[in-house]
Design a protein around this ligand. Structure first.
Ligand code: CTP
Length: 413
């Protein structure tokens, strides 16, 4: 429920604005109050009258409307909300906020607000994929703007790809997650591993993998957004450090383990890193030379430490809740159960990466949360939504379990 929550809804110009009407209806059904701010471009797609009728409130659109300013100044407008939602968020409004422009009421309100901002982008696929939009997106994410969507599909312009605004139900879920999570983990400490590890063969070559770190970084950001004091230990990735998270950069599995140990004690540990299972027995001090090509080096490998298993080992430093991920192509739950037992963690989030699942290379995934007590199947979700749901589940579990015990002790009793 969203009883008493005040939402400032910025409606920018896009055909998806018609879906925003449905969003307002659903928000109000759940007890939220909605104040709509309609940009001039937005008014080409939905009328102020529809917005006013559905929100039950006046609709704001002009920056220097003397009547509006007398009733409610434009700064006040953005401060009087608990959350600012931009739906649809156009490339233009993202660009304005990323660059700090304030030349109309919507951009001024966004710049002036001290409240969380959630954007639901909607635009042509080429605009979404343009480097300028990508860079604005990264900037905004770094400054803690949250995003829901866009989704992939057919577009009004006749093209296919990412750019469709998320459905009202998804935006609603993101809004609820935002309120649910806020402050629920305040006072708790969390540790997250993310990204790949690189194991050096010589000063220029390494063994590594293609992990992007997106899932782990999203989990760290969501934990921090829920108030947890969060440390992220990440291998080499092309992502910015998540806002509000103490981020430590490492290369190898051994460095990752050492950094994790330094971060203890924590109550929550989430291992999302794709740690290399092996490392070369020897790292050459100088670059290995190809010579005349007749000598092909044989690389002897040795096992790397298992960070998840190490953190799960019982002892005074064991976090209360240790969570691992598992990517499987077959027998998802069986393999996840085996990992749960072998590593001694509390939960495994098992991820179906079989070619049939369509997960590989995509942004959406289907998770099964496997724990000693059973298996929970989650719907198909984006990585950000997986992170939000995981954090919600963590908060509920820690609230419910006794403080002095680890979760597995609690389960075994
Ligand atoms: N993990 C870890 N340290 C390792 C290997 C894995 O912390 N050296 C963690 C991962 O972060 C993940 C979980 O263990 O949370 C499962 O990783 P995965 O690669 O799926 O499992 P493996 O143990 O490597 O088993 P396999 O490759 O045989 O599936």
């Amino acid at each position: 429920m969203l009883s008493g929550r005040r939402i400032l809804l910025v409606v920018a110009g896009g055909i998806a604005a018609y879906k925003t009407l449905e969003l307002i209806r659903r928000l109000r059904e759940r007890g939220a109050s909605v104040r709509a701010l309609l940009t001039p471009a937005g008014a080409q797609f939905v009328t102020p009258l529809s917005l006013a009728a559905l929100s039950g409130d006046k609709v704001y659109s002009e920056l220097f409307d003397l009547n509006d300013e007398a009733e409610m100044g434009h700064i006040q407008l953005s401060r009087d909300a608990d959350l600012v939602v931009v739906a649809p968020a156009t490339a233009d409004i993202m660009a304005k906020l990323a660059t700090g422009r304030a030349d109309d009421l919507a951009s001024t309100a966004l710049l002036a607000t001290d409240k969380p901002v959630l954007m639901a982008p909607a635009m042509n696929v080429r605009m979404w994929e343009h480097p300028a939009t990508r860079s604005n997106l990264e900037t905004l994410k770094r400054r803690a703007t949250r995003f829901v969507g866009p989704n992939q599909g057919d577009m009004a312009c006749g093209e296919y790809g990412y750019g469709r605004m998320a459905e009202p139900a998804e935006i609603l879920a993101a809004i609820e997650a935002q309120f649910h999570a806020a402050g629920r983990l305040t006072g708790r400490r969390a540790l997250v591993t993310s990204g790949p590890t690189f194991e050096a063969l010589d000063p220029v070559r390494f063994l590594g993998n293609r992990s992007s770190g997106r899932q782990g970084h999203a989990v760290a950001a969501a934990l921090a957004a829920a108030g947890a004091e969060t440390t992220l230990v990440t291998g080499p990735v092309a992502l910015p450090d998540p806002p509000g998270v103490a981020t430590l950069h490492v290369e190898t599995a051994e460095e990752m383990l050492a950094a994790c140990r330094e971060a203890l004690p924590v109550e929550i540990a989430v291992c999302a890193a794709a740690v290399a299972d092996w490392r070369p027995v020897r790292t050459a001090e100088q670059k290995l030379k190809k010579g005349d090509g007749s000598q092909i080096p044989e690389i002897a490998l040795q096992p790397n430490p298992d960070i998840l298993a190490s953190l799960s080992r019982s002892g005074p430093q064991r976090p209360r809740l240790v969570v691992g991920f598992a990517a499987e192509t077959e027998k998802l739950v069986d393999h996840a159960r085996a990992k749960l037992t072998a590593k001694g963690c509390d939960w495994i989030l098992a991820n179906d990466v079989s070619p049939a699942s369509g997960t590989f290379g995509g942004d959406e995934t289907t998770i099964h949360l496997v724990e000693a007590a059973g298996v929970e199947a989650w719907p198909r979700l984006r990585k950000q939504a997986v992170a939000d749901r995981l954090v919600q589940r963590i908060a509920e579990t820690l609230d419910a379990s006794p403080t002095s015990k680890t979760l597995s002790e609690g389960v075994a009793e």
